[in-house]
Design a protein around this ligand. Sequence first.
Ligand code: H79
Length: 474
Amino acid sequence: MIPTRSRRRLSLSLAILLLLALPGGGNSQTSGSEPPYKPAPENLEARKWFQDAKFGLFLHWGIYSVPGGEYKGQNVKGIAEWIMYRLKIPIPEYEQFATQFNPTEFDAAEWVRLAKQAGMKYITITSKHHDGFAMWDSKVSDYDIVDRTPYKKDVLKMLADECQKQGIKLFFYHSHLDWHHPDYYPRGRTGEFSGRPESGDFNKYLDYMDAQLAELLGGHYGRVAGIWFDGWWDQQLRRMKDDRSIPATQTQVDWRLRRTYDLIHRLQPQALVGNNHHVAPFEGEDFQMFEKDLPGQNTAGFNVDSKIGQLPLEMCETTNDSWGYKKSDKNFKPLKTLVGYLVGAAGRNANLLLNIGPQPTGKFPPEAVEQLKQLSGWTSKYGDSIYGTRGGPVAPQKWGVTTQKGNKVYVHVLDNEAANGEEITLAGMAGKIKKAKLMSNGGDVKFDATKNTVYVPKSSRDPIDTVVVLEVTK
Ligand code: H79
């Protein structure tokens, strides 16, 4: 007799093997020959939930958090989770950070509570970043938190259980790019300082990646809300060769995206797939993300080739200037900026995924906890103008944005300099104003229904965001 637990394990492994063996349904994003992707009903349902949710917590946590941007007297310029690449640390040296990763103060319940209090409806955490280190107990590699750190615990499992318990959803950020795996070859634009032999079988690497994803989606971590891919751009030919005549979607390797996406959807049909590739969405993706830019903007330089598609949108931003914990980075953004991201995203029909880089101790930086507390104050008061809304009837303006839900339109005045007169005209709004109230205190706001204009005097302005709630005709 096989004990029930091992039997269950066995059948899970068999199911995973079978799923991996199924035909992948076409090859790459470049072949164009795969059948169109038809999202399952659960997936469409999840997309709607996602669009209503509006606000998530992004967490970059890994063994790069140990050096926190500083190693052997050198400081990383920019983002600290890139320390392996930026300081050219070879694999054997980098692996030492794992032996020092011991987050004894990690408390999943506290993380989830802080996120929920801030008004966040989901968490997206790094299962694997570009350094290749698995933050869960992987069975196909020992380069993971359980096998290589003194902590020895599966933090993703602990977090997944807690999210389930407290009723908040969990996504995994998973890097396509890998600076550690020997079969990540041919090398792309990065990862050349790891000290790996100049050989390898890319398909073996992809099999490994799919096997790891199958572990994450196999049921042990419950219902996974989605997978957030990053690193596709490492193999983007246009960028590698710096030649704008090469189509933006062309890569040096076949990433077998569709096969991976289909695997995910077979294991968990509701799981939302997104890929931070900075080009228009590929078949099999369920949402589209924008890094450090609102949809339609390109200030960070990542989104030159992005086009806004029909899928749910998300933009991600940092609370200071790094994604991973960086000791020297004290440039934590004020509430005004963070609310500006959330409202700016909502007004463009997008979610905000706001990042924190937890410390190697397991605690969030105290400054980030303070930011979350301030956000909690704002979302508990103004949440109705965000959650469950869609981008408003007025295109984003210099003064701010609008959101809408049913017959309500929320006017968000974010920039009091740009809205320097009392008069704010809601250009392009089809419905007519019937009522207008200040959201802060329910006080009447003057309006002119014939011009669809509201009058918001300086005395009733809020320095963070003045929200006027309109009731409009259909
Ligand atoms: O996970 C976070 C970052 O680590 C990751 N995405 C967010 C969500 C990220 N990846 N890349 N970047 C951020 C910036 C990439 C810059 C690059 Fe380059 C430009 C990579 C290749 C060209 C500069 C030049 C860095 C390496 C070579």
